[in-house]
Every structure is written in C-alpha cells, then in structure tokens.
Design a protein around this ligand. Structure first.
Ligand code: AG3
Length: 274
C-alpha cells in the first residue's frame, strides 16, 4: 500500500509526497502538528497540513533567513527570532559570533517535536547563547525598545496563529525594539500564490524603515518554489554590495557572499508586484 501526504499549495494546486511513516501527530493548543518521514525529502514538519520544513531543503530557507540580515548588520550582538520553534534559523544565527540569540515561539509543542524528531535543528537550543521563550511574539516585542540588533520573523503562512505577524502595528513594534543600526527580516511567501501579501508587507516595511528590499531563494517544497524574504534596515542599504561580506568563515550549503549579492536581483514580474 502506498501512503501519500498532500499539501494544498493553493486552492487549485496540490503537492504530494510519498511517505514512509507518520512519526507523530498531535493537536496542540494552537494547531495540528505532524512529523512525517517521506521518501524524497526525509523527515518533514507539518503544521495545519502545511509543510514547514523538510530535512532535504531546510538549509536553503534557514541560511537565507539568518545570514543575509546578520551580515547586513555587520556586527550583531543580540538577535531575536519570532516563531521558528524548530530551531533551524537559530542554528544558523549561532554560526555568527553573537552574544545572545533569543527565540520566542508561541507553541511549545513545536519546540518539543523538534527536540524529538529534528536533532539537526534543535541542537541550537543547547547553545549557552540561546534563550527560548514560549509566548506570543507580538506581545513579547512590545516590551523592548532599542534592544535587538537583528529581528527575524520565521512564521507560518498568514493564516491562523500567524496572522498578526503580518500586520503593520507589529512591524512598528519591531522597529522600536531594534537598535539604531537594526535589521529586520520576515519570510514573505510565494510571489505566485501570495502576491497581495508580498506587496502589502513590502510597502509596510518601506514606510517604516529607511531601507526595504525583497530577496529570493528557491525552496523546492514551498509553493511556487521561488520564495521571498522582505528585509527592512535602519542604517544600511541591504541591497548594496558594500554591505555583503567578502567571505564567510563558517560552513554553509546554500549561502555564499556571491549568492547574497545575487539574491537581491529581482525579476520584473516581482518588481511589478511591489
Ligand atoms: N516557516 C515558513 C513556512 C511557510 C511554508 N508555506 C507553505 N508550505 N505553504 C517555516 C518554518 C521553518 N523554520
């Protein structure tokens, strides 16, 4: 018997994965959480029937989420991740000589599942520089002024628990929580299926931050594969080559300074969306 898991990538498009095993499934206070072992992509974390990460391609997303904003800042000491309870983004942040890396995840069950099923990501939680808070990121950021050098929003899609993470008031609170050279990044979905969202977020960020830009990466298991990230910066232009490092002195599998420069080259169809 063949077992398949399908994600509705849009109302009209389905992506199906042949699965070896359903390793775990539970209903948390916030969402349905499942861990599946798939033939092609290895272990996968699924929240509300949506693929959050797979062992085969998570490195692309997590490296691009962390290294672009951290290198743009140049010398970040305190970094915050909102969401990202799997630990993947945190793992990448900790490759930098930061003093503290904090993570605020609303659903502690995501953290537990990662510790159990994704040790390659959750190793990050054992680093003495990491501090984990289980609470709502929206309320959390309101308590800080001029505190974090980089804030990264590693959210689920803009439905259910994540809706508030795509709102202007939240981005304003993030701006205030950032230090004077602060840099912010959020995952902003597929330009094919979520063009309205991308436009809205980009324009909000551009209103709030002196610099705003969109960069992309190809992530095979996310809808449309071509994925966007929107970055806001208080002092330095993220898309300026001058703010890209000459070299990267830790191991990566996707990120390089050359890719960093190139990821801001946006095709005309995305520019038209913005
Ligand atoms: N967060 C973004 C996942 C969005 C995927 N969307 C989808 N498959 N429809 C991933 C969390 C990984 N740290």
């Amino acid at each position: 018997m063949e077992l398949w898991f399908s994600e509705m990538q849009s109302k009209n498009v389905k992506m199906s994965y042949k699965i070896k095993n359903l390793l775990h499934s539970e209903k948390t206070k916030f969402q349905n959480l499942a861990v599946i072992d798939s033939e092609e992509f290895g272990r996968m974390l699924i929240l509300d029937d949506v693929v959050q990460l797979t062992m085969k391609d998570e490195f692309i997303y997590h490296e691009m989420m962390a290294h672009v904003p951290l290198f743009t800042h140049g010398s970040p000491e305190r970094v915050l991740v909102i969401g990202g309870g799997d630990g993947g983004t945190l793992r990448e942040i900790l490759k930098h000589p930061v003093k503290e890396a904090h993570l605020v995840e609303i659903d502690e069950k995501v953290i537990e599942a990662s510790k159990r099923f994704f040790p390659e990501l959750s190793v990050a939680f054992d680093d003495p520089r990491a501090k984990i808070f289980c609470e709502d990121g929206i309320a959390y950021v309101k308590r800080f002024k001029n505190y974090y050098d980089v804030i990264i929003v590693d959210s689920t899609d803009p439905v259910g628990p994540a809706v508030g993470l795509f709102r202007k008031e939240f981005y304003k609170d993030i701006f205030d929580a950032l230090t004077e050279k602060g840099v912010f990044v959020a995952q902003t979905e597929s330009p094919f299926y979520y063009e309205g969202l991308l436009k809205e977020v980009y324009n909000c960020i551009a209103e709030i931050f002196p610099y705003a830009a969109v960069y992309t990466a190809v992530i095979p298991t996310y809808p449309g594969a071509l994925w966007t990230f929107t970055i806001g910066s208080k002092q330095v232009d993220p898309s300026d080559k001058a703010n890209v490092p000459e070299s990267c002195n830790f191991k990566t599998r996707y990120y390089t300074p050359e890719i960093h420069k190139a990821c801001f080259k946006i095709p005309p169809f995305i520019k038209e969306i913005l």
